[in-house]
Ligand binder design. Structure first.
Ligand code: ADP
Ligand code: F6P
Length: 436
């Protein structure tokens, strides 16, 4: 028969995260409401070993729901990784009258708490980390705030990056996980993202993309780098050296861990804190609380620590698809005008190259006419032709025309664009047209 729980200890451990205070508040208030005595333990397992504890009442958690950080402080504790430290921790709990523990932190903190559970102190774990790298939950306390903070910073960087026609390489936190990086890349409209979960090729995934999107008129670039990839300054240096684009690296760093928690973090932290105490009340010990969609879930700690999770491949595809990517997901247009000949126009989509001819209505007519004359052409052949056209266009920095063909000087770019609009393209938007 399990010992009846009268006193619950609560601590925060590992890296702090916005919303930890909301979770502490919920644990304390729910505990008091259900008649438990509540003890706050400061500085994680360090505080437990040193007896840095205090009794908490309703007022101990007043006015903290909007505060970042953790009022219980947090620390990493090497001693607690040893058997002696864990024995001492369990003895301290008994000495302080702590019958069960709610631990707000990550996997490392749960491992520590599991050692206490093995020594007869039941535990409940709440996921508190900005990294969202806890396998048994889709959401961790602090993740939403950290992403919004990073996004706000990247939006500001975009302003200056755009004004100077630069490239910004922005490193975001996440330890070995790319959840923050992928989400902020999508939300900030970044051109590329490098994730620890996905192999990347500098040439293919960054340099080629920059050069190709430059040809569509794009002049500033945001590249998000997950902390697990690192080397942001080197990546920025390489981009600058190999593309000639002025490039800056910004490591957002610990700013992402601070700030007032978002509504989502406050609500989820409150619900999880409440749930933790309900589990203890029901005698459901040694479990980790998480969220699956909008639902609260909980798993035995052993099972939770065995679970794995991976980055959502659909989100990766969303990110790649809507950042401009030549020859894969976007359309681009090239044309040349030669004396007495129709202009050629190539439209690239993921797997096909469509081509059109642009013919003049009459010899002296100013308006050119677009005819959807043909279907697909062979990809390699079209690429080769485009390279030839590109060379001519770059050399002349304008629509190419033969010096012997003065009648083509009245070729009207805007009129052609109007004509193009009239053609029922489903996959071409005019901003992707190369204006030369
Ligand atoms: P997180 O909880 O965010 O994963 P850490 O990995 O730094 O953060 O772990 C927080 C603390 O939990 C550590 O400082 C240590 O005191 C304790 N801890 C981590 N791993 C273990 C372990 N394997 N056994 C016992 N305690 C551990
Ligand atoms: O786990 C949260 C986190 O901020 C990670 O994103 C980062 O790798 C790490 O903690 C930084 O740890 P510290 O605060 O010890 O520098």
């Amino acid at each position: 028969m399990e010992k009846q729980i009268k006193t619950i200890g609560v601590l925060t451990s590992g890296g702090d995260a916005p919303g930890m205070n909301a979770a502490v508040r919920a644990v304390v208030r729910t505990g008091l409401h259900k008649g438990f005595r509540m003890i706050g333990i400061q500085r994680g397992y360090n505080g437990l070993l040193n007896g840095e504890c205090f009794e908490m009442n309703l007022r101990s958690v007043s006015n903290i729901i909007s505060a970042g950080g953790t009022i219980l402080y947090t620390a990493r504790c090497l001693e607690f990784k040893t058997k002696e430290g864990q024995d001492k921790g369990a003895a301290k709990c008994r000495e302080l009258g702590i019958d069960a523990l709610v631990v707000i932190g990550g996997d490392g903190s749960y491992r520590g708490a599991r050692e206490l559970a093995h020594r007869g102190i039941p535990m409940i774990g709440l996921p508190g980390t900005i990294d969202n790298d806890i396998a048994c939950t889709e959401y961790t306390i602090g993740y939403d705030t950290a992403m919004n903070t990073a996004l706000e910073m990247i939006d500001k960087l975009r302003d200056t990056t755009q004004s100077h026609d630069r490239c910004s390489v922005v490193e975001v936190m996440g330890r070995n996980a790319g959840y923050i990086a992928l989400n902020v890349a999508i939300a900030s409209g970044a051109m590329a993202v490098l994730l620890p979960e996905k192999e990347f090729d500098m040439q293919r995934d960054i340099l080629d993309k920059i050069v190709e999107t430059q040809r569509t008129g794009k002049r500033h670039f945001i590249v998000i780098v997950a902390e697990g990839i690192g080397h942001s300054q080197e990546i920025a240096n390489e981009i600058q050296a190999r593309t000639g684009i002025d490039t800056r690296a910004t490591i957002l760093g610990h700013v992402q861990r601070g700030g007032s928690p978002t509504l989502r973090d406050r609500v989820n932290a409150s619900a999880m804190g409440y749930h933790a105490v309900c589990l203890l009340e029901q005698g459901k010990y040694n479990r980790i609380v998480g969220m699956k969609g909008e639902e609260l879930v909980d798993y035995p700690v052993d099972e939770a620590l065995e679970m794995t999770k991976s980055i959502d491949p659909v989100l990766v595809d969303v990110c790649n698809t809507i950042s401009i990517c030549f020859f894969e997901h976007s359309a681009e247009l090239y044309f040349s005008v030669k004396r007495g000949k129709a202009a050629l126009l190539f439209l690239f989509t993921k797997n096909t190259v469509l081509w059109y001819t642009i013919a003049r209505e009459s010899r002296r007519g100013a308006l050119s006419r677009v005819r959807q004359e043909s279907g697909t052409v062979e990809l390699e052949q079209a690429k080769k032709r485009v390279e030839e056209l590109r060379a001519v266009i770059e050399k002349n920095n304008r629509l190419y025309y033969d010096q012997d063909a003065p009648e083509l000087e009245d070729f009207e770019y805007d009129a052609l664009m109007r004509e193009l609009k009239a053609v029922s393209y489903t996959h071409l938007t005019l901003p992707t047209i190369l204006r030369v």
